[in-house]
Design a protein around this ligand. Structure first.
Ligand code: ATP
Length: 452
């Protein structure tokens, strides 16, 4: 993270205190793995999504956007392999009934469980290492056998039988809608392979042990691109996607030393290559924020097979027919949000006083400027400050604040990462200038209102 002096607890506490993130259903005692984004959180989240959309749709002539329905024909999840293979290995603590994710607990003691392992193989591996694994909840070492637990979340859309005869699923990943619309997009737009489709969408996973705040939640959101390419043209496109995604994090202001690559060792058969971008989170260190996958023609071939719809593409330039291959990038908005917040978090001492600052890049800051009158009991200053606020709010998210003294307003603004604080004082009434205080340097300059 930005600095190992800070812990995730500092970040969680700031998020709650200042209205970035609240525990889901809090007044009912909460609900595991769910969080609500508060007034500043939703602004930051939207700014991250806007920056992603700009980089992946607006600035790329061969990419288009999509927003597909979350619910889908249930066969989609058979084709994608989710109904049969989208599972995590689970064991239960016999003492406190806590459920553990066996692969993750094995990882902590330096043992890698292959994603392709059967239940029997996992049980064998678990048995060999049982003495090393403690229940994270009660510390005991007495566990049940390992069971593969499917992560898909079921629902009953359009099923009125009460028996769940035709279960439908909430999306286990956001990208499937892109494959389903490949044909629609080539039929209705001028897109020609190679072209990409970008989508931001919710996904739901019955995570066995949601943990680490926004890092592992049961409801999540993914920012996905699927690049459709000619067969065997994967290598160069894959490298390009990797480079592109790395640069995006730098463009958000994330410090490069807090990012690293991790290659997947155990690949599913259709995947030629998979790398994760990891961020150095406070408290638990480097962990995945985005995956970049070289997926061959698996996705479209599966959907062609299960749907019976011909998804072969006739290349207008060469005239040959093929099922396009796919290079995928997939980042979780919650994990990127947490990385951006952790990276921006700083505690500093100024004139013997502590200040907490979120040093966001301006593009990401939830509030771009706070406008205040020097004194709240001077109607002429209040009126002028409100005028300035109204003017600036036309273009940017700003706040009007006349609570407490100026020093306190600055601290409050620093804590939510406001780049500029603007104060209207008596001189404003004379010459139309205001003071503008910079969040990072804390310097103040006088600027004409028209030049703000
Ligand atoms: P993990 O190994 O951590 O479970 P994954 O490899 O299953 O993640 P993908 O299926 O590749 O993740 O999903 C792409 C991205 O979606 C991840 O890089 C992550 O940012 C995000 N993501 C996945 N699962 C979760 C989750 N439970 N909570 C929050 N974000 C998630």
């Amino acid at each position: 993270m930005a600095d190992s002096k800070y812990s995730m607890e500092d970040i969680v506490s700031l998020c709650k205190r200042r209205g970035f993130v609240y525990p889901g259903s809090e007044i009912y005692g909460g609900e595991a793995g769910l969080y609500d984004f508060g007034p500043y959180g939703v602004e930051l989240l939207n700014n991250i999504k806007k920056a992603w959309w700009k980089a992946n749709v607006q600035l790329k002539p061969n990419y288009v956007g999509l927003d597909s329905a979350m619910f889908k024909n249930p066969k989609v999840w058979d084709a994608s392999g989710h109904t049969s293979g989208f599972s995590d290995p689970l064991a239960e603590c016999k003492n406190c009934n806590a459920r553990i994710r066996v692969d993750k607990e094995l990882e902590k003691v330096g043992v890698t469980a292959d994603e392709k392992m059967s239940e029997d193989e996992l049980n064998k591996l678990f048995d060999e290492n049982r003495d090393k694994i403690k229940c994270p909840n009660c510390g005991k070492k007495d566990f049940s056998n390992v069971k593969a637990f499917n992560l898909l979340v079921k629902s009953n859309l359009g099923d009125f039988t009460d028996t769940g005869e035709r279960p439908v699923y909430l999306p286990g990943e956001a990208c499937q809608g892109i494959y389903l619309n490949f044909k629609n997009i080539t039929d209705t737009t001028r897109m020609q392979v190679p072209f990409g489709v970008a989508q931001i969408g919710k996904a739901f996973r019955n995570e066995i042990s949601p943990r680490n705040f926004l890092f592992r939640t049961r409801e999540l959101e993914q920012m996905d691109t699927q690049l459709f390419i000619r067969p065997n043209e994967n290598k160069e496109n894959y490298e390009k996607a990797k480079e592109d995604r790395w640069k995006w994090y730098l463009s958000l202001g994330v410090k490069e030393e807090n990012l690293r690559w991790k290659q997947h060792e155990n690949l599913v058969f259709y995947c030629k290559e998979a790398w994760d971008i990891e961020y150095n989170f406070p408290t638990w260190g480097f962990d995945e924020i985005e995956g970049i996958h070289d997926r061959t023609d698996y996705d479209l071939s599966q959907h062609q097979k299960f749907s019976g719809t011909d998804l072969t593409y006739t290349d207008p330039r060469v005239g040959d027919k093929y099922i396009p291959w796919v290079v995928e990038t997939s980042a979780g908005t919650g994990r990127v949000f947490l990385a951006v917040l952790s990276d921006a978090y700083v505690e500093e001492e100024v004139n013997g006083e502590k200040r907490t600052v979120l040093k966001f890049k301006e593009e990401l800051a939830p509030i771009k400027a706070v406008v205040s009158p020097l004194l709240r009991n001077k109607p002429e200053l209040v009126e002028k400050a409100k005028e300035v606020f109204e003017k600036l709010s036309q273009d940017k998210m700003c706040e009007y604040d006349d609570n407490g003294n100026i020093g306190k307003r600055y601290r409050r603004a620093d804590e939510i990462g406001v780049p500029k604080c603007i104060t209207v004082d008596f001189q404003t009434l004379e010459d139309g200038t205001v003071t503008v205080r910079d969040r990072d340097t804390m310097e103040q300059v006088r600027v004409k209102i028209e030049e703000l």
